[in-house]
Design a binder for this molecule. Structure first.
Ligand SMILES: Nc1ncnc2c1ncn2[C@@H]1O[C@H](COP(=O)(O)OP(=O)(O)O)[C@@H](O)[C@H]1O
Ligand SMILES: [Mg+2]
Length: 329
């Protein structure tokens, strides 16, 4: 049922609380699609990465091949799963380095120490990490369009992801304001400069044009991400939870927040569902879980509710994930 629900989508976000099985579900969905011949990228945005751990492999800030699968039929192409763990610090360093280079190229010598200080402060500013991660998510989503059939974002626990999802809109608005303010002050300061230093206007205008281009590029990128995130034809947000009282309460709150952000919820996934036929203890758990699932179904009647079973063994490594994917159906 889960596979049908998400078939045809190009971008998946897997969200939920810590420890509920986000990385497991993200990887299993990736494997299921790769078994059908798709090229899939799993991107972990969770600062507490465990993608590498789950695959028993080193995964870093650039895509690595986690698994390849035989072509599903004669004449079709083989599928694969690549993985990437976003490193916010490396992303921020890279970003600040490139801004620094531009500044060094454009600013007069005497301004440079001031600019360097400004960059150091930017590194510690609130929101710097989030916007660096968001930029990297946007970059990965764009990469996904050409090189992958599906990109699965294994996201950070609830609140963090919501803040990120709210950011493209905020950052777009912020860039707009910045551009508007620049337009206003630009004319004035250009005029002043031209009076003070004849001939300086040209280089200033060049610098302004480059800054404007950078800001516009960033704004467009965030706008595209926002469009991707809210496009129900292409993108689906999946919420994973364990069918217990507290996680369910939090899941319902999260679903509400997503709807406020205009992010369509594609499916709810109750993970670690206890079996009915494995003893009294688990059968008892199963009854308790059923009541919680009813609660979810009546609160969100239009969202498909899927179940994934609790498995006895360690769910790690390619073979375990493949077996789980084959069971998922
Ligand atoms: N259906 C399941 N049955 C058994 N163990 C599971 C199941 N789903 C996840 N796990 C285990 O639970 C732990 C947490 O899962 P993980 O996917 O890392 O959660 P998250 O990414 O949400 O923090 C892992 O050790 C994983 O192997
Ligand atoms: Mg995880």
């Amino acid at each position: 049922m889960l596979l049908n629900t998400v078939s045809g989508l190009r971008v998946l976000f897997v969200g939920g609380k810590g420890g509920v099985g986000k990385t497991t579900v993200a990887s299993t969905l990736a494997v299921a699609r790769a078994l059908e011949g798709a090229r899939v990228l799993v991107v972990s945005t969770d600062p507490a990465h465990n993608l590498g751990h789950l695959w028993e492999r080193e995964v870093g800030d650039a895509p690595v091949r986690l698994a390849t699968f035989d072509a599903p039929a004669e004449g079709s192409s083989p599928g694969h799963v690549d993985g990437l763990e976003i490193d916010p610090r490396a992303t921020l360093d890279r970003h600040l380095r490139s801004v620094g280079e531009t500044m060094r190229r454009m600013l007069p010598e005497r301004m440079r120490p001031h600019a360097e200080r400004h960059l150091e402060l930017a590194r510690e500013a609130p929101g710097s990490f989030e916007s660096a991660v968001l930029e990297r998510i946007a970059e990965a989503a764009e990469l996904g369009e050409d090189e992958y059939d599906l990109i699965v974002f294994d996201t950070a626990p609830s609140g963090h992801t919501l803040r990120l999802l709210a950011l493209p809109g905020q950052l777009t608005a912020w860039t707009e304001t910045l551009l508007r303010n620049r337009d206003r002050s630009e004319r004035f300061s250009a005029a002043m400069q031209a009076i003070a230093v004849p001939g300086a206007e040209d280089s200033r205008q060049l610098a302004d044009a480059e800054l404007r281009r950078t800001l516009l590029r960033r704004r467009d990128r965030f706008e595209r991400l926002r469009a991707t995130v809210t496009d129900a034809e292409r993108t689906g947000f999946l919420l994973v939870f364990t069918p217990e009282r507290m996680p369910v309460a939090e899941t319902l709150e999260l679903a509400e927040s997503l709807s406020v952000l205009g992010v369509p919820l594609r499916a709810l996934i109750a993970n670690r569902r206890s079996p009915a036929d494995a003893g009294e203890l688990l059968a008892g758990r199963r009854t308790v879980e059923a009541a919680q699932l009813d609660r979810v179904a009546s609160a969100l009647p239009d969202v498909p509710l899927c179940e994934l079973p609790l498995v006895p063994g360690e769910l790690a490594g390619r073979n375990a994930l493949e077996a789980f994917a084959r069971r998922m159906g």
